[in-house]
Design a binder for this molecule. Structure first.
Ligand code: BGC
Length: 735
């Protein structure tokens, strides 16, 4: 800087330079200044047109910069499981580049199932590096909408049914992404808990459920995670679309939580200029530009935050203050990302990223049943393995909507098993059932005769030493896919029939389910083992094979409940107005009783409870202790729990602590997760862990006072290894 000033001084003295120093070395380029000063300076140099251009898209995934000032464009990409392939400028056609194949990381349900926040961090770091290498400034993820119904087509993109778990798992993901020099974009704010009628359904929910269930993960991502952008959701809340919602965006997000980042609309989620200008939206994306337009002018000028905004500013309808606030936020985002000179370099589809992806996949797989100790597979004595099921060979990174990926590598479950088994084991494959190809918004029937597929598989199963069945859902429309919900809890494509017939001819059927949602399992008693294996990304097959063969001891825990039947679920217990709504509005009558809070409180036995997952070894919890027995609001309870691995294999276990308010002036759930820790123990090893529980987290949202309230009295801490496996309780008093 000193050198620059000196040079300027010399040039001005010699009369060579007559323009102002401000113009030559403007403050916004001076890295010794704070971002706020640089942003204010850049803003002061911009015209109204240039400021407005920052508030809306210029292509499918980018926003114009200010070329005259050297301020770059802002580039975004989906998210959340990998960096999506490049699109054409203004169509939904992939651009056909050959340098945009990425690593696919496991779907966020799998990440949640690890119950291991340190894996969220390496996930975020790795995906951030891929986005950075691909020259993206914003990664559209993570998604933290709460799992309210197993029918939601997008549950696989989220972190499960519990707000505490979703908070703990999303924050390190965001840190990781943002340390890579890319902003995370938290989505979909808020109450986008189903895909059916997502663009217009008006959600009615109590303040209590809003604050206790649906907002906490967003709040921690903003306050602790310091997320730099957030995406408004498609649906309405209390009559207003969430992309321009006075209560959600102006009051809760920007005032109460002091969010200083950018609110980006979901693609096509903006519906009104006045509301978009006044109710918190900063960047409008995806409005009515389906690629079919024949306009000669850029259709982006017609966006609600484009010409109508500009005209409104010029006519005095909208204040300059509102425009300056939006432009300031977008500039700040650019200074935090594209204009950050010390921005780390990224990397794409590396061996390191594949290793991260595999590690998370292996740790997220949940062993649901292993009744005859059939798993891990006794590889020495197996000669003839039959693999059945379309999902054993299907690419699961294709389809599903905006999270679809173009991958450098995707190891299928069949290939993974072949990689893991010795050459002397014969592996035969039978498709068994068929769905159709993935088509956005359409169900395409399969080209196969499903009866013949089933018969062929059952015939082969008669001879096999073991049958590995790989089925579940897929990324087709009306399965685990955007823009539509599932139609039933049952497995699709006649898989129940196939599984029943396989189990009749062979007692050794190991079921591996790939899905981001719970499914009904009427055949559960007929098979010895069930493994929940999500959508695992690039290393899927290798990770599944590691768990099946025992190279990895499973340690995943369910981030949501598997109900026996759909009508057991809270959201489905109050008629159609509760789910899916009457097409115009919907009422969340299940209120705060979402997920295990519902099943516990209503005493409904689930098929598999929240927090549940088996291991190949056994653990024993020792007697837990607490530092004192009486607390105040400002305290943090510290529970010390000894854990012993009393089995023969190394393994990991998740200790979970649930809190019950034994007497309250309002209904409270039977218990709520308030702390957990994942421990890694060698066979025979014992360790203790301290789990910290801030007492303020035990409060409820009191609608009478419009604030959190912790009532004095007795609280019970339940300690266990799943929400239904509680081995001890500690009673404490809150004063
Ligand atoms: C999805 C978003 C996604 C956006 C851009 C929308 O349909 O809801 O999650 O980021 O498209 O692809």
């Amino acid at each position: 800087m000193i050198k620059k000033v000196f040079l300027l001084f010399v040039l001005i003295t010699l009369g060579i330079v007559t323009i102002s120093a401000q113009k030559l070395f403007p403050i916004y380029l001076d890295e010794s200044k704070s971002i706020d000063e640089r942003v204010a300076n850049a803003l002061s140099l911009m015209t109204v047109d240039e400021k407005v251009a920052l508030c809306h898209a210029q292509s499918k995934f980018s926003v114009k910069g200010v070329a005259r000032l050297g301020i770059p464009e802002l580039w975004m990409s989906d998210g959340p499981h990998g960096v999506r392939a490049e699109f054409e400028w203004n169509t939904w056609q992939y651009a056909g580049w050959t340098n945009d194949s990425c690593t696919a990381f496991p779907a966020l349900t799998c990440l949640a199932a690890t119950f291991n926040p340190s894996l969220s961090y390496i996930y975020g770091k790795a995906i951030g590096e891929e986005a950075r290498y691909r020259k993206k400034d914003v990664l559209l993820g993570p998604g933290v909408n709460i799992y309210r119904t197993p029918l939601n087509g997008r549950n696989f993109e989220y972190l499960g049914e519990d707000p505490y778990l979703a908070s703990k798992m999303s924050v390190p993901y965001i840190w990781g992404v943002q340390e890579s020099g890319v902003a995370a974009c938290l989505k979909h704010f808020a109450l986008n808990n189903q895909e059916k009628w997502r663009s217009h359904i008006d959600v009615e929910v109590s303040d209590r459920a809003l604050y206790e269930i649906y907002l906490p993960a967003f709040k921690s991502a903003v306050i602790e995670g310091k997320v730099e952008s957030i995406m408004g959701s498609y649906n309405k809340f209390r009559g207003q679309h969430c992309c321009h919602n006075e209560l959600l965006l102006n009051k809760i997000l920007k005032t109460d939580w002091q969010f200083d980042g950018v609110v980006i609309s979901d693609w096509g989620g903006t519906h009104d200029s006045f509301e978009a200008v006044n109710y918190g939206l900063d960047i409008e994306m995806g409005t009515h530009t389906n690629g079919l337009t024949s306009d000669t002018n850029s259709p982006y000028n017609t966006f609600y935050l484009a010409d109508p905004f500009l005209e409104g500013i010029k006519s005095g309808k909208y204040s300059m203050k509102l425009l300056d606030d939006k432009a300031t936020r977008v500039l700040k985002l650019l200074f935090r990302t594209a204009l950050q000179s010390k921005r780390p370099l990224g990397s794409l589809a590396t061996a390191e990223h594949a290793a991260v992806s595999r590690k998370i996949a292996e740790e997220g797989i949940v062993l649901l049943k292993n009744s005859t100790d059939i798993l891990p597979l006794k590889t020495n004595s197996l000669k003839n393995i039959l693999v059945v099921g379309e999902n054993a060979t299907r690419m699961m990174t294709k389809g599903g909507g905006s999270s679809e990926l173009k991958v450098k590598l995707e190891v299928s479950p069949l290939q993974g098993l072949k990689n893991a088994m010795g050459a002397d084991v014969k592996i035969t494959y039978a498709m068994g059932y068929a769905s159709g190809p993935s088509m956005y918004g359409k169900v395409v029937p399969p080209k196969f005769n499903t009866d013949s597929l089933r018969k062929a598989a059952v015939e082969l199963a008669k001879q096999a030493d073991v049958v590995i069945y790989v089925g579940g859902l897929n990324k087709n429309y009306l399965q685990d896919c955007e823009d539509g919900d599932r139609l039933q809890l049952e497995l699709p494509f006649d898989q129940n029939l196939l599984l029943n017939q396989l189990a009749e001819v062979n007692p050794k059927v190991v079921v591996v389910l790939l899905s981001g949602n719970a499914v009904a399992m009427p055949w559960l008693n007929k098979v010895p083992a069930v493994v929940q294996a999500w959508y695992l990304g690039s290393e899927a097959g290798n990770a599944i094979a590691s768990v099946l063969t025992g190279t990895v001891n499973p340690s995943g825990k369910l981030p949501f409940t598997f109900p026996v039947k759909l009508s057991d679920c809270g959201a489905h217990s109050f008629g159609e107005l509760s789910y899916p709504g009457d097409s115009i509005k919907q009422v969340y009558s299940d209120d705060i009783l979402v997920g295990y809070r519902w099943y516990d409180t209503k005493k409904i036995t689930p098929l598999f409870p929240f927090g549940y997952g088996l291991s190949y070894t056994s653990f024993k919890l020792g007697k837990a202790t607490i530092q004192k027995s009486s607390f105040t609001l400002a305290d943090t309870a510290i529970v010390t729990v000894p854990l012993a691995n009393i089995g023969l294999l190394n393994g990991k276990e998740v200790i979970q602590i649930y809190v019950t308010d034994s007497k309250a002036s309002v209904q409270r759930p039977l218990k709520e997760l308030k702390g957990f820790a994942k421990m890694n123990l060698k066979a025979g090893e014992s360790k203790t862990v301290e789990i910290k529980l801030p007492v303020a987290d035990w409060a409820f949202y009191d609608e009478k006072i419009g604030n959190w309230n912790l009532e004095a009295g007795k609280f019970i801490l339940s300690i266990g290894t799943s929400s239904r496996d509680i081995s001890q309780k500690i009673e404490v008093a809150v004063k």
